[in-house]
Design a protein. Structure first.
Length: 444
């Protein structure tokens, strides 16, 4: 894992160091152009986010109920992107997460990755400072951009590949990416990934070393929607600890369609559909404790909604297949944005309990006085084909339901304020959880 990550870093640094040499060996004008690209042609970026989070979690640790957790944290990112020189540009961004006041009242993560406060509920925002992103880009080929380094990758709705942007420390990828738009209404994307820098910060074994390939092709020329075909080939490396991560390796092939249509009378109809199949890849197996059990699971999603007079109503159904041995997994997703904001189905980062997940949801959203308002209801059950009825202490098939509420106000282009709430009510799965967030920030 480390060698591959260092390899990409070395390639980025070597390419960057070559640019001044090009300027020196050509002309004074070229050298001036290089200097301008680094200075006057560049752009400073800044992103600050202050957040209070409160969690009441009725789950327990070693038979003792978790203590309620609260955290006040501020996330600061400061970056610089150069102008272009000979079709090259570069970007670097530092990130700091600071806990304001006492940081002993919450658990930042499990499995030895966090602050060790396992008696408290989890708020996965560890304090620390790191280089969040750095990359070297090249755009000298028509309609094509290539980048190498540590990057943010977000594909579609982050269901499979995302940056976990809700947490203070985001997920980034040590990778080579190529984006091409030479075909009409078409965007082609490829990535080769050697390491996933997860949200737990530096100094932990939570990162994912890998040798993975992502393919994503989107066509937006239909006039009534966009169709996306994708293939994600994830080859995980063992981390030297107890987890046999190579058994997580999988290939996911899928199709996604999204769109909306004005139907007259002030009504607009929204629709989404997606299907994917996941199988083992390289050393992958459905049960990380048992080598040889094939990964073979399906995913499907349907959503239908309507907007009228500024109010949008949506109904959705999402199913991730499971069979008690394993399930359709999305370890690189932004899971917070998928099956409820209470984050009840992170499942150690997999995104799905072994009994699978059926999520039936309904939402209403509107805007009042410049404030965006949204309410979401989820009903969760095990996959109907997984035979996960309560027996011999096994978890039941009715997981529970959840209510999500959020209000967001933007002030101009740069400032925002947010209040957000999630309430999970357990049935046969886990325990009740309440979460509250109050947040503000600015971005330039």
């Amino acid at each position: 894992m480390l060698k591959k990550s260092q390899g990409l870093l070395s390639l980025s640094i070597a390419a960057a160091l070559a640019l001044p040499g090009l300027a020196v060996t050509t002309t004074t004008a070229s050298a001036d152009a290089f200097t301008d690209a680094l200075t006057t042609g560049g752009k400073v970026t800044m992103d600050v986010r202050l957040r209070f989070e409160d969690v009441e979690d009725d789950r327990n640790n070693a038979g003792v109920k978790l203590k309620d957790a609260d955290a006040l944290t501020v996330r600061t990112r400061l970056g610089y992107q150069t102008g272009k020189y000979m079709d090259f540009d570069a970007f670097v961004e530092m990130e700091n997460v600071t806990a304001i006041g006492d940081d002993d009242d919450y658990n930042t993560g499990g499995n030895g990755w966090g602050n060790g406060n396992g008696t408290y509920a989890t708020i996965a925002d560890p304090a620390g400072t790191e280089v969040n992103r750095y990359w070297l880009g090249y755009s000298g080929i028509d309609d094509t951009v290539a980048r190498v380094g540590r990057q943010r990758i977000k594909l579609d709705n982050d269901r499979h590949i995302g940056n976990v942007g809700w947490r203070q420390n985001e997920q980034t990828y040590d990778s080579l990416t190529i984006t091409n738009k030479s075909l009409p209404d078409t965007k082609l994307f490829y990535a080769y990934i050697t390491n996933v820098n997860r949200i737990f910060g530096n100094g932990n074994n939570g990162d994912f070393g890998m040798n993975s390939h992502l393919f994503n092709a989107a066509y937006d020329g239909l006039g009534f929607g966009k169709i996306v075909a994708y293939g994600y080939f994830l080859d995980y490396e063992n981390n030297g600890a107890t987890q046999a991560r190579e058994l997580w390796s999988s290939q996911t092939l899928g199709l996604r369609f999204t769109g909306d249509t004005d139907v007259g009378g002030g009504f607009k109809v929204h629709y989404q559909a997606e299907y994917a199949q996941q199988e083992d890849y390289e050393e992958g197996a459905s049960n990380v404790a048992t080598d040889g059990a094939d990964i073979d699971y399906d995913y499907m999603m349907f959503k239908l909604g309507v907007t009228y007079a500024g109010v949008t109503a949506m109904a959705g159904y999402e199913e991730q297949e499971g069979d008690r041995t394993g399930a359709f997994t999305t370890r690189l997703a932004t899971l917070h944005g998928q099956n409820g904001w209470a984050d009840m189905f992170l499942s150690g980062g997999r995104g799905t309990p072994n009994c699978g997940l059926q999520d039936t949801s309904f939402s209403l959203s509107t805007k009042v006085g410049g404030v965006k308002l949204k309410a979401v209801y989820h009903d969760y059950e095990a996959d109907g084909s997984s035979s996960c009825a309560r027996a011999n202490g096994a978890r039941g098939s009715d997981y529970g339901d959840e209510i999500n509420l959020v209000a967001v106000k933007k002030f101009g282009k740069h400032y925002h304020a947010l209040v957000k709430y999630a309430r999970f009510s357990s049935d046969d799965y886990l325990e009740d959880v309440d979460k509250l967030w109050i947040q503000t920030g600015f971005k330039f």
